[in-house]
Design a protein around this ligand. Structure first.
Ligand code: AMP
Ligand code: GLY
Length: 432
């Protein structure tokens, strides 16, 4: 069959690369893609939010399955638009995608489903939120804009002064526009973060191996938040027993409650978790694969990804065999443009990609790249996701950084400590 992947980042390159390896697949198209997807698949010059354009691509190329990468088209209702045309698409409907698109909806649903999450209140105005902060004890809180704000609408505050400032920026100055129409103020949690993703057809839930992202820009988790500077899997902070617990106490009640309120969820349910002293608590849900968590996950996944996604679309996920994983670990190091996550320039030629590609157990996923005058040049803030397998996390890390050292362009940088949190954990006897 022919498959269309929507999006143009590292996640979409990883998905397209793995999908192209399926024995069931003839052609993989990516809209709009990047220089990497142009090599492992075929790019079509249609944007991820041009629904009529994407429907045309599907019809003209006999695409049987469309896989949506980013949240923006999901939140804008791409799945509903495809269903209206009788097209098969993997992802949640607009109503179900509100789990990510509205933090007020998400928190309210978590409460209804009795899923562990930080204590919270929601507010419709800056005045109401400020009054609440003034009246309560001065405690560390997190202030969140309700809507999508590219990961920037979350402000972790040490005290009342910072929290009032966050409320002002979100709800008065409108730094995130309409995303700040409503606010969530919640208890600040402490612990280590982990990402656990599950594929569901609304009935069966297939949990993937745990992963961990690195959101802050600089080593030691310092600096501004980014889309994610690297990821690895498995994440030893979540062991098998905890993974089962997460399935039972987080995914099952969430999927069940979405059904009960008439918003059945199909697609990837991504739980951003804080592993606290009282166990895992949900920080947020995303309704898609994480970027960069997707890169190490698909590097390790040995089950046919197309089979998995196709059965989810069919509502027949109960027929999938237990997932097969490469027992080795995978580490993805994001190489970024100078200045990211702030302002950066584009168009710098990237050298050393061929050299890196020759290293064993390495795959360089492209994110912000394009082809210009026969060369691969930078075209975004996060440029590459250099991903490697290794016998354990330490070896996967060494392999990934060996590949990073092959690659250069003007202003290229990366974090040097991706996966160190896993390495710093006390070794449990019997674990690798
Ligand atoms: P979110 O988009 O809701 O996942 O928030 C982005 C980041 O903010 C998370 O990855 C955490 O690092 C941090 N964060 C969000 N909520 C909390 C919380 N309740 N306590 C502590 N940190 C939080
Ligand atoms: N890696 C975090 C995200 O995809 O939102």
């Amino acid at each position: 069959m022919n498959v269309l992947v929507i999006g143009g980042g590292g996640r979409e390159h990883a998905l397209a690369w793995r999908i192209a390896q399926s024995p069931r697949v003839e052609r993989v198209l990516v809209a709009p893609g990047n220089a990497g997807t142009a090599e492992d698949a075929e790019n079509v010059g249609v944007s991820a939010t041009d629904f009529p354009g994407l429907v045309r691509v599907v019809r003209q190329n006999d695409v049987e399955l469309t896989v949506v990468g980013p949240e923006a088209p999901l939140a804008a209702g791409i799945v509903d638009a495809f269903h209206a045309e009788n097209l098969r698409v993997f992802g949640p409907t607009k109503l179900a995608a509100e789990l990510e698109a509205s933090k007020v909806f998400c928190k309210t649903l978590l409460r209804k489903a009795n899923v562990p999450t930080a204590e919270f209140r929601t507010f419709d105005s800056a005045e109401e939120a400020s009054r609440y902060l003034q009246d309560r004890e001065d405690m560390p809180v997190v202030v969140k804009a309700d809507g999508l704000a590219a990961g920037k609408g979350v402000m972790v505050c040490d005290d009342r002064h910072q929290a009032l400032d966050a409320v002002r920026r979100i709800a008065q100055e409108r730094q995130f526009g309409a995303a700040g129409d409503r606010l969530v103020i919640e208890e600040r949690l402490h612990g280590e973060e982990a990402s656990v993703l599950a594929i569901t057809d609304g009935r069966t839930i297939v949990t993937l191996q745990p992963a961990q992202d690195h959101k802050p820009a600089y080593d030691g988790d310092r600096g501004p938040n980014t889309g994610g500077m690297g990821a690895y899997s498995p994440a030893p902070v979540v062991d098998d027993a905890m993974l089962h617990w997460i399935e039972e106490h987080i995914f099952v009640p969430t999927v069940h409650t979405m059904n009960r309120i008439g918003r059945p969820f199909r697609g990837v349910l991504y739980a951003g978790l804080m592993i606290t002293g009282q166990g895992p608590k949900v920080l947020e849900f995303n309704v898609r694969f994480g970027d960069p968590e997707c890169q190490p996950l698909v590097m390790r996944l040995q089950t046919d990804l197309v089979e998995l996604l196709d059965l989810a679309v069919e509502g027949r996920l109960n027929e999938i065999d237990e997932l097969e994983w490469d027992p080795r670990a995978a580490v993805c190091v994001v190489m970024a443009s100078e200045g990211y996550p702030g302002q950066y320039s584009k168009g710098h030629p990237i050298r050393g990609l061929d050299e890196a590609a020759q290293l064993p157990d390495v795959k360089v996923f492209h994110a912000g790249t394009k082809r210009a005058d026969g060369q691969v040049v930078t075209a975004g803030g996060r440029v590459l996701g250099v991903t490697a397998l290794g016998e354990n996390i330490a070896q996967a890390k060494r392999n990934a950084y060996s590949a990073v050292r092959c690659i250069r362009w003007r202003g290229a940088w990366c974090r040097k400590d991706i996966s160190d949190k896993a390495l710093q954990r006390p070794q449990v006897p019997g674990s690798s």
